[in-house]
Design a protein around this ligand. Structure first.
Ligand SMILES: Nc1nc2c(ncn2[C@@H]2O[C@H](COP(=O)(O)OP(=O)(O)OP(=O)(O)O)[C@@H](O)[C@H]2O)c(=O)[nH]1
Ligand SMILES: [Mg+2]
Length: 380
């Protein structure tokens, strides 16, 4: 670090003006001001400043302007001088534009760190809307001194992201003695049936549960569920074909004091109106006690996630199970979705092993998957 001073003057303004004539206004930092009284007969106050110099890399326009000025001094012919003067004028304009641009938020030197955060968020597949909100928030709420500290900035951004993650961890809790009905909804092949088996095996092994399948559409769906029921210690499995079946089986389940009913549904797009209406009619009898969940694979594009969440809204699902996490490498899309829809994550599924590969949703799970935030994004 190169220090300067003391630079003296009769007032602070005079000292500053001396400094500005010696260095560029951003090229020094004053660390100490002094004020002394000097003289014996005629006393006067002397102000002085000390500090250190800040060296900024000259930008290319400044550099070439200086080179031109040096060569101008050495040049002889007037014609050459005129040409040089025209070039300098042009460079001056460019320089002025550059200086003006540096006043726009987002282009200043200290914004390098904000640009770094922007690029990290992009790598993590956050939506442009989400990224802009974070950048505006940095500009509006954080002083430059904090933004300059990249690690601190990363921690702050992680805090904000953590606040946007919505979690509902208590799917299985509820008043004792009340039967819970978990309904699994979602487009085709997202993992509804497998997730039921995973949940039953991992979280409900000490509960008295029964499986219902309403999937009368996919060939082999009933066989698949019956096979899974066998694997789950011969759990009871009922096939529901119409609302009357649901009423009867629902009544039986409560009469036999079941704790839990897992209800599988056929995969469909709600724009397939006939099937959507049929499924809703079948589910109607247990609507009041039901806990509907929507499954979406973690790798789904943001626009498709939004469409699916909107299309399944009429089923009043309580939250989302993000499936197939093992096939996705980023979590920005999911967090952006939570921020946009306010819907919480319930579970994450992480592989094809039906006896495991499921976790209750936590914030840490998503935060630990953020790329590039280093220790700021590591949680236990
Ligand atoms: N990689 C991976 N595959 C999974 C996961 N969960 C389910 N699968 C696979 O996804 C495929 C579809 O799973 P299903 O459970 O049949 O999906 P579904 O939503 O019931 O499908 P439909 O009933 O046809 O709508 C199967 O091959 C599963 O093994 C997961 O977490 N990771
Ligand atoms: Mg299925």
């Amino acid at each position: 670090m190169i220090t300067f001073g003391p630079i003296e003057g009769s007032s602070e303004e005079e000292v500053r003006s001396k400094l500005n004539s010696l260095y560029t206004p951003n090229g020094y930092k004053i660390t100490k001001w002094k004020e002394n009284t000097v003289g014996i007969f005629r006393k006067r106050t002397v102000h002085s400043a000390e500090g250190y110099l800040i060296f900024e890399e000259k930008n290319p326009v400044q550099k070439s302007k200086e080179e031109l000025l040096n060569s101008l001094a050495a040049s002889k012919s007037n014609a050459e001088n005129r040409e040089m003067m025209a070039t300098i004028k042009n460079l001056d304009e460019q320089l002025r534009k550059l200086i003006n641009r540096r006043d726009v938020p987002g282009e200043n030197q200290w914004d390098t760190n904000v640009l770094e955060i922007r690029s990290l968020l992009e790598k993590n597949d956050f939506t442009p809307e989400y990224i802009n909100e974070i950048c505006v928030r940095i500009h509006e709420t954080m002083p430059q001194s904090e933004v300059r500290r990249l690690e601190f900035l990363k921690e702050k951004v992680i805090d904000w992201i953590a606040q946007d993650i919505r979690i509902e961890p208590s799917v299985f809790s509820g008043p004792k003695g009340f039967m819970k009905i978990l309904i699994f909804l979602g487009p085709t092949g997202v993992g509804k049936t497998t997730t039921i088996v995973k949940m039953a095996a991992s979280f409900a092994s000490d509960m008295n549960f029964v499986l219902f399948t309403t999937d009368n559409y996919k060939i082999g769906a009933v066989d698949q569920m019956e096979r899974f029921a066998e694997l789950l210690n011969n759990a009871k499995c009922a096939v529901i074909r119409k609302p009357e079946d649901m009423k009867v089986k629902f009544w039986e389940a409560s009469a036999f004091e079941k704790d839990l009913v897992f209800v599988d549904t056929p995969g469909f797009s709600p724009t397939h109106y006939t099937l959507a209406a049929e499924v809703r009619t079948i589910l109607e009898p247990c609507k009041a006690e039901a806990y509907p969940m929507l499954l979406i694979p973690a790798y789904t594009r943001f626009s498709d996630m939004v469409r699916i969440t909107e299309e399944f809204e009429p089923f009043n699902y309580k939250g989302i199970v993000f499936s197939k996490f093992d096939e996705s490498s980023t979590v920005g899309t999911i967090i952006s979705l939570m921020k946009k829809t306010g819907k919480p994550a319930l579970f994450y599924t992480t592989g094809q092993n039906a006896a495991a590969d499921i976790e209750t949703a936590t914030k840490e799970f998503l935060l630990n998957k953020l790329i590039g935030f280093g220790s700021a994004g590591q949680f236990r």
